[in-house]
Every structure is written in structure tokens, then in C-alpha cells.
Design a protein around this ligand. Structure first.
Ligand code: PA5
Length: 397
């Protein structure tokens, strides 16, 4: 179960008539979204594709020690966030998935090469455009390592490419080398691609894929709440609350906040407007950024993600530690509100696949609505291209 409270700690900042005015446009915004050409992520995924993903994952687990996912941004954050929520902090027994391709650090890549040198690994390179620099470099370096060990024919088993159906260098490579491949549909952008093989294949190695699919589509029931969330944020923005701080009280949710930052940041941050998304992992960051949030510049509002129950019971003086963690969360929301910081709350009964996947859909809907409320195209990211062009010129390409 998921509960939403966008009112208790925002009421002083939001006039009912302002909120109602925007909320009354809900049906128009739903229509706008449904008419958008980039909403393939709302369409049910084909059963045959799910079967293919399951079959491929089964084969990877049978043939290899680990899978190296190479991708960046929307091409890795969804499955990375999900995996980090459900794997164990210590003594993790899940099938090893390494997420590479997110850095140009030679220290990282060199150490990764050393780690993989004697491993029997498979690569899943994921890039819709097929031109992303970090992905391209990491893929080349790891492929070179494989080439030194295997024949051209053997290599086919070790490489899986997830990319556009028709265009790009990776698709050409699939055609030339006959590698196994999956498609990121044309009408689904990177940050909205959770329900595609880009994320489902790495996840299928360790999690029941049908449960992920069902949970995700179950998130559709949250459409009104997603609009409510978008409207609340938009009204807060008009009160000069320009920064949204996503606060989690579980370290394992930290990568989920990275996914949220990309989703909202790339969706809204255009034309000189938009809410800047940031995040805190509490209680740790109460001892670093807590002071600023409580008493600093009042441009911040917060969204707390709360988890009611945990399977891990730790007693402290007759109280469950999870309860203590949540007492702190409630107290912080109250204190920050008193300090002029509006706080919104999203509460999951527990960290289950059902709750997390529904929340993924909820946030995607909400981000898309939010982009539209800011008058932006929620599905492009022209600003990212600007630096890429500079890099290409600097590298002489
Ligand atoms: O959300 C997006 O579209 C971007 O963040 C992309 O996912 C990211 O830039 C990676 O692009 P590509 O999949 O083309 O390598």
C-alpha cells in the first residue's frame, strides 16, 4: 500500500483557490499526455518480449559469472535503483550485475578490467542513440578484453545490445555481427524506459519479472495522485520554492533518488524554469545539510519517502528501530515545516516490488505532468546536447 500526504505540511504555503484552479485542468492534462507521441511507456509490454527477456536472463545465469551493464542516464538508472533497493547490504547472494559506463575515470575502468580479466562475463550494452561517449568508450575497452580471449563466433554469446530498432552504430553492429539484441522503442525516452528491456533484462537475472511488470502497470491507478503531486510542486514553485529535496531514510533508496533527480531534472529544467531536484539520505544528512534546510535560504521544499515496516527487527529499549527511524522522519518534517520548508510525504507500507514499481510509474506520470505544467516538452533534453557538441568538437569528431 502507498499513501500520499501533500497537504499536512504544505498548507501554509498553498492557497486553496490557486491549487484548485490548476487541479481543475486535470482532464486536459491527461488528454495532452495521452496525445503525446512519446508515451510508449504507458502501453502494455508484449508477453513475447517478457518471455524473451526471461529466456535470455536464464541463459546468462547458466553461462556466465556476471553481467556487465554498460549504459548511462536513463539507460541504467532505473534497474540500478531497483537492484540496489532489493539486494542485500552484506553477503549479497544475487547474480552479480556490474553497472559500468557512467564515468570516464581511468582509475575505475582500469580496476574494472583487472577485476574482469579472469571472469567469464557477458556484456549488455544499452544506448538508445548508440553515440553516448561514456558508453562507447567503456564498451570498446571491455569488448577488446573479450576479443583477446574469444573468437569472433564465441564473442556472439558474450554481447547483448539494447538500442534503437533501426538507427545508430549499435544497431548496425547487431546487423553486421549477428549479436543478440533488444529494442528501446522509438516512442520511449531514456528516463521513461523502465518498462523496456533496457531495465528488465538486468533485473530479470535476480527478480520475478512478471511481478515487476504487474506492479508497474498497477501504478496507473495513481494517475490522479500523480497530477496532484505535480500541481502541488508547481504551486510551491510559484512561491519561490525552486528546489525539491527528495529525502529517504534507507541508504538503499539513495540510487532511487538519483533516478528521481534525472527524471524530474531532465523533464522540467528547460526554458529558464523548472524545479531543481536534489536529495538527502537521512538521518546521515541531517548532520550535514539539516542546518541549511532548517534555517538557510527558503527556496527548498521536500518530498519524504517513508517506509512503514521492515522485515528486520532491531529492538532499542523496547522500540523497533524502524519505528524510531520514522519518528525521526515525522519530527524532521514537522521541524522543517516550522522553519518555512513545505514537506510532502509518500509512505510505502514496506519495500516490496509491488510498491516500488507502482511508485516508479507514479513518478513518471507526475514528472510528465509537471513538464507540461511548466509548458515544456517533458520528453526531450536539448540542453544535454549542448555539452555533447562541445565535447565532440574538443575531441575533433
Ligand atoms: O533520459 C535520457 O534520454 C538520457 O538521460 C539518456 O538516457 C542518456 O543520455 C543516455 O543516452 P543513450 O541511451 O542514447 O546512450
Amino acid at each position: 500500500m502507498i499513501r500520499f500526504d501533500f497537504k499536512t505540511y504544505t498548507r501554509e504555503f498553498i492557497k486553496e483557490e490557486e491549487y484548485n484552479y490548476l487541479y481543475s485542468k486535470k482532464d486536459n492534462y491527461i488528454k495532452m499526455l495521452q496525445n503525446s507521441p512519446m508515451t510508449g511507456w504507458m502501453r502494455p509490454i508484449e508477453k513475447e518480449l517478457v518471455e524473451d527477456i526471461k529466456q535470455t536472463a536464464f541463459q546468462i545465469k547458466k553461462d556466465f559469472d556476471c553481467l556487465v551493464v554498460i549504459g548511462i542516464g536513463g539507460s541504467f538508472l532505473g534497474s540500478y535503483a531497483f537492484h540496489n533497493i532489493f539486494k542485500r547490504y552484506f553477503n549479497d547472494t544475487s547474480f552479480e550485475v556490474i553497472y559500468a559506463g557512467t564515468t570516464l575515470s581511468s582509475k575505475y575502468l582500469d580496476e574494472l578490467l583487472n577485476y574482469l580479466r579472469n571472469k567469464n562475463f557477458c556484456i549488455n550494452v544499452i544506448s538508445k542513440s548508440g553515440t553516448t561517449l561514456e558508453t562507447t568508450i567503456t564498451y570498446k575497452v571491455l569488448k577488446d578484453l573479450l576479443k583477446r580471449k574469444y573468437t569472433k563466433e564465441e564473442l556472439k554469446k558474450h554481447i547483448i545490445i539494447t538500442t534503437d530498432k533501426q538507427v545508430g552504430t549499435l544497431r548496425e553492429e547487431v546487423k553486421e555481427e549477428q549479436y543478440k539484441s533488444f529494442v528501446i522503442p522509438e516512442d520511449i525516452g531514456g528516463r521513461y524506459s523502465f518498462m523496456t528491456p533496457a531495465h528488465l533484462l538486468p533485473l530479470a537475472l535476480n527478480y520475478p519479472i512478471e511481478e515487476i511488470v504487474d506492479g508497474y502497470y498497477d501504478g496507473k491507478r495513481l494517475i490522479d495522485l500523480a497530477f496532484e503531486y505535480a500541481v502541488t510542486r508547481r504551486v510551491l514553485y510559484s512561491k519561490r520554492k525552486y528546489v525539491e529535496n527528495f529525502c529517504v531514510y534507507e541508504e538503499c533508496l539513495s540510487p532511487f533518488t538519483e533516478w528521481l533527480k534525472q527524471l524530474f531534472g531532465e523533464t522540467e529544467g528547460k526554458n529558464g524554469v523548472g524545479i531543481f531536484p536534489t536529495s538527502c539520505v537521512h538521518t546521515r544528512d541531517l548532520h550535514s545539510l539539516g542546518q541549511f534546510i532548517q534555517e538557510g535560504n527558503k527556496i527548498i521544499f521536500e518530498t519524504f519517502i517513508k517506509v512503514d515496516n521492515s522485515d528486520n527487527y532491531i529492538d532499542y529499549k523496547g522500540k523497533d528501530l524502524q519505528e524510531i527511524n520514522n519518528i525521526v522522519l515525522d519530527s524532521v518534517a514537522k521541524a522543517h515545516y516550522q522553519g518555512g520548508v513545505p514537506c510532502l510525504e509518500i509512505e510505502m507500507s514496506e519495500l516490496s516490488i509491488e510498491n516500488v514499481t507502482a511508485l516508479i510509474y507514479f513518478f513518471m506520470l507526475s514528472a510528465a505532468f509537471s513538464g507540461l505544467l511548466f509548458g515544456a516538452n517533458p520528453f526531450d533534453q536539448p540542453g544535454v546536447e549542448v555539452y555533447k557538441k562541445e565535447v565532440r568538437e574538443a575531441l575533433g569528431k
